[in-house]
Design a protein around this ligand. Structure first.
Ligand SMILES: CC(C)(COP(=O)(O)OP(=O)(O)OC[C@H]1O[C@@H](n2cnc3c(N)ncnc32)[C@H](O)[C@@H]1OP(=O)(O)O)[C@@H](O)C(=O)NCCC(=O)NCCS
Length: 255
């Protein structure tokens, strides 16, 4: 939940048994909407936007949401890659070096992150205060599987050309690392930096006994999808759709 431009943003979450009856599901849905309206009113907001995730194979759930005034905002793909026995060697153009994440570069990595994600409408761009919990201070941060690319002779005042921060995935029995955020600043794109960082992670993952890489990507992010497909990532089937609904007092009469 958060507020931006006087609009209260509420994320609805629920976990339903796959065999739940349609009428129970509908009742729960209406109850959640009522709770959201009460929250909006208690906060004194005139407008709220509800967001909800729906598993990509849950057609009935999506239809219920759409009939209740939600509209599809985007799909989040969940991609996985088995760590190969012999990962490709990381290769970088001259003048660039792969280096472990290092606290000396922490603020420069944050600036590089926010610059790389500047055009991404859904990305979080942390400030100095929230950066640690997004990256190196995250409770599941994997320093050995994270890296930076530094430009030796810099083309700007920030030598961090690219970054990759990985997290442990505690949700599966297969030892898995999540590529949590990964980006290349615009002047260095299409030079193989993201490919080199992922190759490096695959090598480290192999040595650390990690068997699989996983990541989430919005389906409108064509460059990232092209990168991951080229490297052999495939859909896990655990992606989801994000649906949104306006919650204004005028729309309260909707089902
Ligand atoms: C996606 C991103 C990380 C790619 O980084 P990069 O260092 O430019 O990637 P690479 O140079 O290793 O690209 C490897 C391959 O990916 C594909 N690719 C990368 N960018 C592409 C683009 N803009 N259009 C089409 N294909 C692209 C190509 O197949 C490319 O190989 P090629 O250059 O030989 O054709 C970069 O564009 C970026 O930082 N984007 C913003 C942040 C972001 O969206 N991160 C991913 C979040 S899930």
């Amino acid at each position: 939940m958060g507020t931006a431009d006087d609009v209260l943003r509420i994320r609805l979450t629920n976990v339903l048994h796959p065999d739940i009856a349609d009428d129970v599901r509908a009742e729960l849905h209406h109850w959640l909407i009522d709770q959201a309206k009460q929250l909006r009113d208690s906060r004194g907001s005139a407008r709220a936007i509800l967001g909800i995730r729906c598993a990509e194979n849950d057609r009935a759930g999506r239809e219920l949401l759409i009939s209740g005034g939600f509209a599809l905002a985007r799909h989040e793909r969940d991609l996985v890659l088995a760590v190969p026995d012999e990962p490709p060697a990381p290769a970088l153009p001259p003048g660039l070096v792969l280096t472990p994440v290092d606290e000396r570069y922490d603020e420069l990595a944050r600036l590089a992150h926010n610059e790389a994600y500047a055009d991404s409408p859904t990305a979080v761009r942390p400030d100095r205060r929230t950066w640690p919990q997004h990256a190196t201070g995250h409770p599941r941060f994997l320093p050995d599987l994270s890296c930076l690319v530094l430009a030796e002779a810099d083309r700007s005042d920030n030598p961090v050309a690219a970054f990759l921060f990985a997290l442990a995935d505690g949700s599966t029995d297969t030892p898995t690392a999540v590529l949590h955020c990964l980006g290349t600043r615009a002047p260095w794109r299409r030079s193989g930096l993201a490919t080199a960082m992922i190759s490096q992670v695959l090598h480290r993952a192999r040595s650390a006994g990690v068997r699989r890489l996983r990541l989430k990507v919005t389906d409108s992010n064509h460059s990232a999808l092209a990168l991951y497909r080229k490297l052999g990532f495939v859909e896990s089937g655990q992606g989801f759709a994000v649906l949104m609904r306006q919650l204004t007092p005028e729309a309260d009469e909707q089902p």
